[in-house]
Write a protein of this length. Sequence first.
Length: 292
Amino acid sequence: MNQKGGVGKTTTTINLAAAIAQAGFRTLVIDLDPQAHATLGLGIDGAEGRSIYDLIHDAADAVATAREVAPNLLAIASHTDLAATETELASADDRLERMKRVIDAFAGRVDFVLIDCPPSLGLLTLNALAAADEVLIPMQAHFLALQGVGKLLETVKLLAIGPQPINPRLKVAGVVLCMHDAASTHTREVVADLDAFFEGGRASESPWKDAVVFRPAIRRNIKLAESPSFGKTIFDYAPLASGAEDYRALADAFLAGRRPHSAHAPGEMPLVVTRSPSAEKTEPAAQASTSA
Ligand code: ADP
Ligand code: MG
């Protein structure tokens, strides 16, 4: 999540998810932005079939709503109607529990759920935060972008710690640097500030006490901007491009620090299995790990 638009949320969601899926983990992308860019980028016809809009109103059939877009990679489409959700749910007591219900339906079926949030801190994003284990913050390393991150962290803290905590499990995993220009002095200063900020919080009880600035940064790469118009992830569109290299390396960094919860509850049929997880060291736990 990041309430600023155009920072790389959707690009990161679909390509990180695709890289995690290629590493052998069953991965679900949920497009929670009414603009439906992740839906388009994954080559799904959002006008057809059920979408996250339907599931937010009624989570039954959540599993059947997910479509297989690549081996190990499932997606739930968005729809422009999702924009009305804010008003439609305004007076519902359980309005912050809707996404959690959708994701709970996938327990034991997927290893990771990645949610592509809209560029706001409204009800949809709050729903994602109420359901997630971790927050990934895609951003560009510009001075003004840092200020937005402060507001974002306060929102995470409000949900995680309260006064009335809604999701005490919620943690900030870290920042993904997108469209990165490592040659610029300004960029390097902003990254150093971010590193120092997270280092300074290690002893705190904040939800970002374990957060990192993920390495490598995702370099600016025109292939990443082109691939959505073909409905393809970078790995299908330009597997040798720097964008593919960077998102594969980001997936390695992301996976190194965590074991997927998952997996197969005994006797339960996994939804998609094409390869066994390549990281043998990971052990099954109870629930799918969810990043917003
Ligand atoms: P958000 O979801 O935060 O609005 P997007 O992921 O849609 O941001 O990215 C905004 C624009 O920048 C899109 O046109 C996308 O294709 C492009 N883009 C994202 N990351 C890169 C990158 N590393 N290099 C080049 N273009 C990028
Ligand atoms: Mg987006």
